[in-house]
Design a protein around this ligand. Structure first.
Ligand code: ADP
Ligand code: MN
Length: 314
């Protein structure tokens, strides 16, 4: 690993996730189930040519996931080193990323969980929007904005460069009555025009509709995975791209190299102005023949309703 450092702008989760000096990659401590899931999806991707084709027209599942580049063993020779999953850093190319982690599903444990864990997580679901809506805000890392001033100070952790972290207590205390405002808060960037904010919300709604179609065709069980929302808060990058965003992230590994380096620096290369990704597959598996994940699909449906509402009512 070349000069590893802690990943900045983590929206939630455990510490221990690292990035390289250039911020291209993310190294996440490897868990067996998560590694197996990335490998299974990758294997299927390579054999997709032989598929029965029923996924035609839909965005494939792997397009919603960070590109999986393999594993890495870190440590001195002869010692027990740490094992990492190497992933595309979804924040690469953003100048002022704003990041939100939304955990999906009503049921937050799988059948491998201990009785203690089941009881604890059943309680979390019952007392949060996980239970009522099938999703819950885990955390946000964003530039401070006006709406942040109204948040309970116990939920706000200031960071450098006028960033704030809204912690898990923020997410757990959301209700059906204030969840829409919490998403509005995420987009209430003080440097972006109302038009740009509106564009962002619409683009995410569109992505959710595409993801919904993907997941209806996928035979997976994803317990406790997250949706990672990212948008660019630096107006100069919006200017440089003429406000043009892309619905899906570009291929991380590109064959050609059309962009010149100078262009890459000013525009963030191929990175768009926002993105939506599925992450965190420590409790995910492919289940061929067992149908789609109802909990997951319900969650996306409720998120689509929410985005529809925040798009039409400012
Ligand atoms: P955990 O198992 O600790 O919950 P996650 O995979 O959910 O780990 O990651 C925790 C946080 O790290 C996420 O909320 C996100 O902000 C950040 N993160 C995870 N994977 C990536 C990635 N590939 N690129 C950028 N940020 C990431
Ligand atoms: Mn997580």
């Amino acid at each position: 690993m070349n000069h590893p450092r802690e990943l900045r702008h983590q929206a939630a989760g455990h510490t221990g996730t690292l990035t390289d000096r250039d911020g291209l990659l993310v190294f996440k401590p490897a868990l067996d189930r998560e590694l197996a899931f990335y490998q299974a999806v990758q294997k299927r991707m390579y054999s997709e040519g032989n598929d029965d084709g029923n996924r035609e027209g839909d965005v494939p599942l792997y397009s919603w996931m960070p590109t999986f580049l393999g594993t890495l063993n870190e440590g001195e020779q002869g010692t027990e080193g740490g094992k990492y999953i190497v992933l595309e850093n979804l924040l690469h190319g953003f100048s002022e990323p704003n990041v939100m982690d939304v955990k999906l599903g009503k049921v937050l444990y799988d059948n491998e969980a201990s009785v203690e864990k089941r009881e604890r997580l059943a309680q979390v679901s019952k007392t949060t929007t996980s239970g009522s809506l099938g999703f819950r805000i885990c955390g946000m890392k964003l530039k401070r904005n006006k709406m942040v001033e109204q948040v309970d100070p116990a939920h706000v952790e200031p960071d450098e460069d006028d960033y704030v972290f809204l912690n898990k207590h923020f997410g757990r205390s959301r209700t059906e009555d204030n969840i829409e405002d919490s998403f509005r808060l995420f987009f209430a960037n003080s440097k972006l025009s109302p038009e740009r904010v509106k564009t962002l919300k619409r683009t995410f709604l569109h992505r959710l509709q595409l993801l919904y179609n993907t997941l209806l065709e996928e035979e997976v069980r994803m317990v406790s995975c997250s949706l990672l929302f990212i948008y660019e808060g630096e107006p100069k990058r919006w200017d440089a791209l003429n406000d043009r965003d892309s619905l899906l992230r570009d291929e991380f590994i590109d064959s050609g190299d059309e962009d010149s380096d100078s262009e890459n620096e000013s525009t963030g290369g191929k990175t768009g102005l926002s993105s939506l990704s599925l992450i965190d597959f420590a409790h995910s598996k492919l289940v061929p023949g067992e149908g789609y994940d109802e909990g997951l699909v319900d969650a996306i449906e409720n998120l689509m309703t929410l985005f529809h509402n925040i798009c039409i009512r400012i």
